[in-house]
Design a binder for this molecule. Structure first.
Ligand code: ZN
Length: 225
């Protein structure tokens, strides 16, 4: 028992970005010391290794169309598509007093999701919808999009992405009454392997009042219209 608790403590302290709401499986596996080196150093290392991958594939890096690709990819990884690994890039969420006394669900839908499958490093593209019922406070709408975006900008699996968004909304909005819906296409399914162009993956997260089937139904009806 004591050992198990100790392991849990260690795992939790390794991810700067979590809190007690997270179960272990919700966390992105981030190694110790992940943020000890600067973005510049990371980009230099990735550039070198990506050049080696291209060379190994047989490409001539002296070609003027290819020569800048390693640095371009390194910058894109660190500053764009995997920028959500760095807790410093987490959006700051400011809440406002709910002066309008709005107490129904608020849905933000058709949020563009551009993420990356952590198993193949290929795009996951789709839409998300998030909802919450204000508990004394409301949030600026674009912050909801930013939270989705932050967790999408990591190597991901869709199940974890959905839960991370849900857990963060609970924490940031100060309410348990939260729902998340993600509908996405995985390029690793559409363009290789099974090569299924049409299949979509749907995941969801319900907490608090959204566990009630009536509210869940109302949310899904709005989301799928
Ligand atoms: Zn994949």
């Amino acid at each position: 028992m004591a050992i198990k608790e100790k392991l849990v403590d260690l795992k939790v302290s390794a991810d700067e970005d979590d809190d007690s709401h997270f179960s272990l499986t919700d966390q992105t596996p981030i190694r110790d010391g992940a943020f000890d080196i600067s973005d510049e150093k990371k980009m230099a290392v990735i550039e070198k290794h990506f050049a080696a991958i291209m060379e190994t594939l047989g490409l001539d890096l002296k070609d003027d169309s290819l020569c800048d690709t390693p640095s371009r990819v390194a910058k894109m990884f660190v500053k764009e598509i995997f920028s959500g690994l760095d807790p410093n890039n987490k959006p700051q969420v400011k809440l406002f007093k709910n002066k309008y006394k709005y107490d129904e669900m608020l849905i933000e839908k058709n949020i563009h999701v551009a993420s990356t499958c952590e198993h193949h490093f290929l795009p996951i593209t789709g839409i998300a919808a998030v909802a919450y019922i204000p508990n004394g406070y409301v949030v600026g709408l674009s912050k909801l999009n930013r939270i989705v975006n932050y967790y999408a900008k990591r190597p991901q699996v869709q199940e974890r992405l959905t839960r991370q968004i849900g857990q963060e909304l609970i924490k940031a909005l100060g309410t348990e009454d939260v729902a998340v819906f993600v509908n996405a296409s995985h390029q690793c399914v559409s363009s290789r392997g099974i090569n299924d162009k049409n299949s979509l993956t749907i995941t969801s997260f319900y907490s608090g009042k959204f566990k009630d089937s009536k509210l869940k139904k109302e949310f899904l009806l709005s989301v799928q219209q």
